[in-house]
Write a protein that binds this ligand. Structure first.
Ligand code: NAD
Length: 343
């Protein structure tokens, strides 16, 4: 069976996903596209030689009989309505982060999905598909380092433009740590706090950079996450889980080692797209395969989107208050517990 995709938003990541579904992955086909900039949608069809129709708006695309699954790669504020329309039409939907820009919006999506009675939605938190994080999770789940007590992680970018705000350090950058870490250690967040170290001289006037975010989980694990978006030297993701019996590290991306001029060195990536390229491929292939095999997507759920939104809200509050802020999550509905088994 081929899963026919309709794409809402043919911008940067929309085009990348279209390309990977068309050229790299198996079992999926782009049959419909739409963009508020209709010309951009037409260009994409031409550029990639797609056998796809251009629709005037997201509702007509979602309701097309030809579309089995909707790929939401529009701007964040449009996601909630795009996803709700897809659920109403009973279509599968892969939504890039954020699922919605507010926790209430994510909650409305979860309600609509539960009312529909079947999982339709997957959120694009691709780090769960990165082989390094998968290995780290396996080591933790196999109890190789004993009970996790602390986590230290780093999210560094070489630079950001003037439009990047202090809040974006949470909602655009830390959001990936927020999702992957609670999955990694199988725990829920309880409280968060933000500390501002000495400001980097390269950070623009209105941006507080770096930031140190301390997150405490319900079982008492303390996570120390550094966001530093003007580090200059590269795009660097680190994660270290300190357990009772040992420490497990996220593997570094593979790179050759050179010995020259009295130095032993390896390259550090610069572009975030290169760091998670394989994870993007695997997450979308898993979306296609699990729907074909089980009738439901198997990746991060609407509830994970809700957890990310509530936690990000608490971090933004903590950025402003300087205090420890609580993460007030509702109890996870049974609908979102448990793994889907292959029939
Ligand atoms: P972009 O601006 O390049 O593209 C967005 C496109 O959506 C534009 O072409 C715009 O015209 C179109 N659009 C906006 N609202 C629309 C609507 N209501 N209906 C139809 N088209 C609409 O942005 P981007 O960088 O591709 O990011 C898109 C989304 O993907 C964002 O939410 C972003 O956070 C997310 N994203 C996630 C990752 C990740 O690591 N998972 C990486 C990049 C982007």
């Amino acid at each position: 069976m081929t899963l026919n995709f309709g794409v809402i938003g043919t911008g940067a990541i929309g085009r990348e996903h279209i390309k990977r579904i068309t050229d790299k992955l198996s079992g999926g086909k782009i049959v419909a596209v739409t963009d508020v900039n209709e010309e951009a949608a037409r260009q994409v069809v031409k550029q990639y030689g797609l056998e796809a129709l251009v629709y005037p708006d997201d509702k007509s695309l979602v309701n097309s009989e030809n579309v089995d699954a909707v790929l939401v790669t529009s701007w964040g504020p449009a996601h909630e309505q795009n996803v709700l329309n897809a659920i109403e039409a009973g279509k599968y939907v892969f939504c890039e982060k954020p699922l919605a820009t507010t926790a209430e919006g994510c909650r409305r999506i979860a309600e609509a999905e539960m009312k529909y009675g079947k999982r339709l939605v997957q959120v694009g938190f691709m780090r769960r598909y990165d082989s390094g994080y998968v290995q780290l999770k396996q080591a933790i789940d196999r109890n190789e380092i004993g009970e996790p007590l602390m986590v230290r992680c780093v999210h560094r970018n070489p630079e950001v433009d003037e439009k990047y705000t202090t809040q974006m350090a949470v909602v655009d950058t830390l959001i990936h740590e927020i999702d992957v870490l609670h999955w990694l250690i199988s725990d829920d967040y309880k409280s968060v706090q933000v500390i501002y170290p000495k400001k980097a001289s390269r950070a623009h006037a209105n941006l507080k950079d770096p930031q140190l975010i301390i997150m405490e989980t319900k079982s008492g694990i303390v996570i120390q996450a550094e966001v530093f978006v003007n580090c200059k030297y590269g795009y660097d993701i680190q994660c270290e889980v300190i357990g009772e019996d040992g420490v497990a590290y996220l593997p570094e991306p593979a790179s050759i080692v050179t010995r020259k001029g009295a130095k032993r060195s390896t390259d550090i990536l610069v572009d975030w797209k290169d760091r998670f390229m394989d994870a993007y491929d695997i997450e979308l292939q898993d979306f296609i395969d699990s729907i074909v095999k089980t009738g439901q997507p198997n990746g991060p759920t609407s509830w994970d989107g809700y957890i990310a939104a509530v936690t990000a809200d608490a971090c933004v509050k903590a950025q402003e208050s300087g205090q420890k802020e609580s993460v007030d999550l509702e109890e996870k509905p049974v609908f979102y517990t448990g793994k889907i088994t292959v029939q």
